[in-house]
Design a protein around this ligand. Structure first.
Ligand code: SAH
Length: 458
């Protein structure tokens, strides 16, 4: 397969007119709005009042959290007790007692987040520079065996143009993401792009290009990459095995994740939420996995149905009503729309509970409000920022390629330009009571120390 490259086109020439905007997206009555989210408490008394129902659930005193507690280590039972509360559409959802517990949870997460990051939200511009992939993950829309209209790789000029555009507009860092191509040629290309971006723009560079052998991780680190995102997808090895072909094993993924750490990267990982066969206990274990691996950054999103994939088929079998409603598309009956709305709201709720629990238990970790969250909720990323997330990843991919980087169906913003994403997000962040920390890379204070330690080992 040969990549078609795009030479010399300017960014602005790549923009297509927008057909669909966020404002025209219908917001389901089941989804939370920023205006109904609990605001930050202004006093210790207010905080104590608010977290009391949560403290009761966890068997703790209501002083377990103060306005400057760095984190509170939760055990598995405590994590599970929150994850097991009813979701939208389940009996007991919206009981006043449960609502109070959840308001306490989201308040606690926002307080811990603010202790470390103040009201700052950091931008990590996402450039999906290639959709060519040799991996065949059973859930993914760009897996090797998926037929796509175009398999592309952006050329050097285009990547530099996007990076410069981002730097000029005050982005602190950029993430280069692509399918997995574990060859020397590809690694040389990525390494070259990293060093050019660092030298010519001063942006921090994060990468997410899959499982690679040690020497490639080393090469990319030496080229100047700071962060690496490699999701574990699920911490349950049996479920992992069902999500991947036999040659992509849990052990290998874990080994690659640990290798990244040894190479001195700030390591990001994450999971998909709402996978077929996944239990709430799996999710509690996922959170404990993040703690155990001491990751620096977490990106979690709902699993989103992708037709034509093995996991998509499995999901359809497990969810016949949802599957039928999805198939109807625009022709869905009001009852079917309700089924879809409830499911989206349940996935949103479960994902943001995971965000909040990760924040409370891990403290200063970077947690992303992901694009997948917004796919199921038009203003989802802002709500996530009020529930413990502190990183936004505006998509920088040139508009004409976005339709070919659909990891799942209905991905948002695929017909929007980088400029539109930027101004749209500024407004959204303000609505969440936060501000964008332009020009900052968002390194937690302990990072410099970590780098030195890693340097000692290598
Ligand atoms: N190849 C790189 C990055 C691309 S995929 C890597 O392997 O790390 C980035 C992430 O998209 C995956 O880790 C997965 O968690 C998510 N993803 C893929 N398909 C998805 C789907 N159907 N629903 C939700 N998330 C999905």
């Amino acid at each position: 397969m040969r990549a078609r490259t795009m030479g010399g086109t300017t960014i602005s020439a790549m923009h297509l007119p927008t057909r669909r905007t966020h404002t025209t997206q219908r917001i389901s009555p089941w989804l939370p709005l920023t205006k109904n989210e609990p605001h930050l408490p202004t006093s210790q008394t207010e905080l104590t009042e608010r977290i009391r129902p949560l403290a009761n659930l966890w068997g703790l005193g209501d002083n377990f959290l103060t306005l400057d507690t760095p984190n509170y280590s939760l055990n598995k039972d405590q994590l599970l007790s929150v994850l097991s509360l009813p979701l939208p559409g389940e009996p007991g959802w919206n009981d006043p007692e449960q609502t109070q517990i959840l308001q306490g949870l989201y308040t606690a997460a926002n307080v811990v987040c603010t202790t470390h990051h103040q009201d700052k939200v950091h931008y990590r511009g996402l450039l999906e520079f290639s959709n060519i992939c040799r991996a065949n993950c059973n859930y993914c829309g760009i897996r090797r065996s998926m037929h796509l209209e175009e398999r592309y790789t952006l050329d050097e000029d285009t990547i530099m143009e996007v990076a410069k555009w981002s730097a000029e507009r005050g982005y602190g860092s950029i993430m280069l993401q692509s399918g997995e191509v574990p060859t020397q040629k590809r690694t040389d290309f990525v390494a070259k792009m990293i060093s050019r971006i660092v030298d010519e723009t001063g942006l921090g560079v994060s990468i997410s290009v899959g499982e690679l052998p040690d020497h490639f991780y080393q090469q990319l680190k030496e080229a100047g990459a700071k962060r690496y995102l490699l999701r574990i997808e699920t911490s349950n090895p049996e479920l992992f095995a069902k999500l991947h072909p036999p040659n992509q094993t849990f052990e290998k993924r874990l080994d690659r994740l640990r290798s990244l750490k040894r190479h001195g990267y700030m390591v990001g990982t994450g999971v998909m939420i709402g996978l077929p066969g996944q239990t709430r206990e799996d999710l509690a274990n996922d959170l404990l996995f993040f703690v155990e691996e001491d990751v620096d950054m977490i990106g979690m999103g709902p699993y989103i149905f992708q037709r034509g994939t093995p996991v998509g088929d499995w999901w359809e079998q497990e969810n016949p009503l949802l599957s039928e409603a999805t198939r109807q598309g625009e022709k869905a009956t009001p009852e079917q729309v309700e089924v879809l709305d409830k499911h989206a709201a349940a996935m949103f709720e479960l994902t943001t509970r995971m965000v909040a629990l990760a924040r409370i238990t891990m403290g200063d970790v970077n947690v992303a409000a992901t694009t997948a969250l917004q796919t199921i909720h038009p203003t989802g990323r802002e709500v996530a920022l009020m529930r413990g997330a502190n990183i936004l990843m505006p998509i920088l991919t040139p508009t004409i390629h976005r339709a070919n980087y659909q990891l799942y169906e209905g991905k948002v913003c695929i017909d929007e330009s980088a400029k539109q994403c930027r101004s749209c997000l500024e407004l959204r962040v303000g609505a969440a009571g936060k501000r964008i920390a332009y020009g900052e890379q968002g390194d937690p204070p302990h990072y410099t120390k970590k780098l030195q330690t890693a340097g000692d080992r290598f």
